[in-house]
Design a protein. Structure first.
Ligand code: HEM
Length: 473
């Protein structure tokens, strides 16, 4: 899965000094630094801004320049074509053969050969191996487990002996929502749905963390590869057992919910051949890598935004159904994933720009989600907006009565197969948090501040790392 790191890490220069960084001043949120103008008044765009701290914290005014003036921006510095308008991004996503997903960079070393890097028929053959277990009735049956895991995480707070995670003073408890809840909760869900034995949980969390930091392609890459090897060794043992003796998931009343995903993968065939252990491991690593950090980010951003909009939070207290809208508006406003790379299979002409076959084209979901051609006042977080589709998730996306779906899960053949389960995790987890946290509010002193030293730091391109919440006990 392409990350922000993939977006902004490559460094070269189109001028005389390859590799030179330029320092850009930090601007008030929502205002772009003036990079100069062409004689006809068109704002210029310096691609070095993409590597700057300014862009990481305040990207949206720059995406607006791209959408308005360079909707397909040929960035010679990063050797990339950036596609920033909603319609162009979604059209490219739907055309899986014209804009293929091969290759995806440093992730493949750590994750192995996954469906993320396949296109066309090869992709379709694998796509449904486990995707079907994350939707519909299979998912519905798993909701009670998701709720139980959320409750367990919160019950654990009473025994946490770390002041930085949970502390209490004068009837007010402060909890670090990431360390105490959101970092691990999605991994526990994935672990359970896959069918990992409970005793492997802590190893699993370590492997997950190492693999995630290994995706950056930096010095942590080696650790990521080692973790993947450990995971593969471990999975080999489980797969050998489950090929003969599948295991099942049960609800709290002991009702059989069907085989866990690993047992299902053990009996799945592609082209009449059982999947190899390596293929099963790659599927597992993909689910874990794709489903952990993303859902963590969604939960953190959701609470950060809601607690900064108390009137919207109060409305949810009156109408529980609004959690769905809050989840989707969070993904539109501040998605945990910035976009996806594609390679065009043929020469194309897009928005008047000639893109030679085989070029790297970055589809910028962040920008599509803030395209004012689709969403009014896109920088405003508003769970009541009437231009965002928040109904049943469809692979074809949605566009009806002027309402479009957000682009955070992509659309088309590669639409995130975890979209439905992550929705359940974020919404059910949040409902349970909401029931337990009396009068929750952000602990202002502990949160990072923006450049004025007073207001809370914007989310920018990186999901909220830690959120300190006070509540009454
Ligand atoms: C809020 C949470 C999540 C977000 C924002 C998200 C987003 C995405 C995006 C943008 C893609 C790539 C689509 C493309 O290439 O066009 C993707 C793919 C994928 N996601 Fe998610 N995801 C989330 C949660 C999950 C979860 C919980 C799982 C698994 C349990 C999961 C499993 C996958 C897999 C397996 C793929 C590859 C699909 C393919 O290439 O066919 N994701 N996700």
């Amino acid at each position: 899965m392409a990350s922000i790191a993939d977006f902004v890490s490559t460094l070269a220069d189109d001028s005389q000094d390859p590799g030179a960084h330029k320092d850009f001043p930090l601007m008030p949120e929502g205002e772009a630094y003036d990079m100069g103008h062409a004689p006809d008044g068109t704002p210029l765009f310096d691609p070095r801004i993409l590597d700057s701290h300014e862009f990481m914290r305040n990207p949206y005014p720059y995406y607006r320049i791209l959408r308005d003036h360079y909707p397909v921006f040929h960035d010679k510095l990063h050797n990339t074509y950036w596609v920033t308008r909603y319609d162009d991004v979604s059209n490219c996503y739907f055309d899986d053969e014209g804009y293929n997903t091969i290759p995806k960079g440093s992730s493949s070393g750590v994750l192995g050969n996954t469906q993320l890097e396949l296109s066309g028929i090869e992709h379709r053959r694998r796509r449904n191996l486990y995707g079907q277990h994350l939707v519909g009735q299979a998912l519905k049956a798993r909701v009670p487990s998701i709720q139980r895991l959320a409750r367990q995480k919160i019950d654990d707070w009473d025994t946490i002996d770390d002041e930085n995670v949970v502390s209490e003073k004068d009837g007010v408890r402060t909890v670090a929502l990431g360390a105490a809840f959101a970092n691990e909760f999605p991994i526990r869900v994935v672990c359970e749905v896959l069918g990992f034995p409970e005793e492997a949980r802590s190893d699993f969390y370590y492997w997950y963390n190492s693999m995630m930091s290994g995706l950056g392609g930096s010095e942590t890459h080696k650790q990521g590869l080692e973790a993947r090897q450990h995971l593969e060794d471990y999975v080999e043992g489980i797969v050998a057992e489950r090929r003969d003796t599948p295991t099942y998931l049960y609800d709290q009343d002991g009702k059989n919910l069907g085989k866990d995903i690993i047992s299902k993968l053990c009996e799945s065939k592609v082209d009449d051949d059982f999947l190899s252990t390596e293929e099963i491991t790659s599927n597992i690593t993909l689910i874990v890598a794709a489903g952990g950090e993303t859902t963590r980010g969604a939960i953190m951003n959701l609470w950060y935004l809601l607690l900064q909009h108390p009137e919207q939070f109060a409305a949810i207290q009156q109408d529980d159904a609004l959690w769905d809208a809050a989840f989707h508006e969070t993904l539109r406003h501040s998605s945990p994933i910035g976009g996806q790379p594609r390679h065009n299979s043929f020469d194309v002409e897009l928005q008047g720009v000639h893109v030679p076959a085989g070029s790297l084209m970055q589809m910028v979901d962040f920008s599509a989600n803030h395209d004012e051609r689709i969403f009014k006042n896109p920088e405003t977080f508003n769970i009541f907006r009437d231009d965002l589709y928040s109904g049943k998730l469809l692979r074809s996306g949605y566009r009806k009565d002027g309402r479009c779906s957000h682009m955070a899960f992509g659309v088309g053949p590669h639409l995130c197969p975890g979209a439905w389960i992550s929705h359940q995790e974020a919404v059910e987890g949040s409902r349970i948090l909401n029931a337990r946290l009396k009068n929750p509010r952000i602990n202002f002193d502990k949160q990072p501040k923006d450049i004025d030293g007073k207001s809370l730091a914007p989310i920018g391109l990186i999901s909220v790392r830690e959120l300190h919440v006070d509540y009454d006990v």
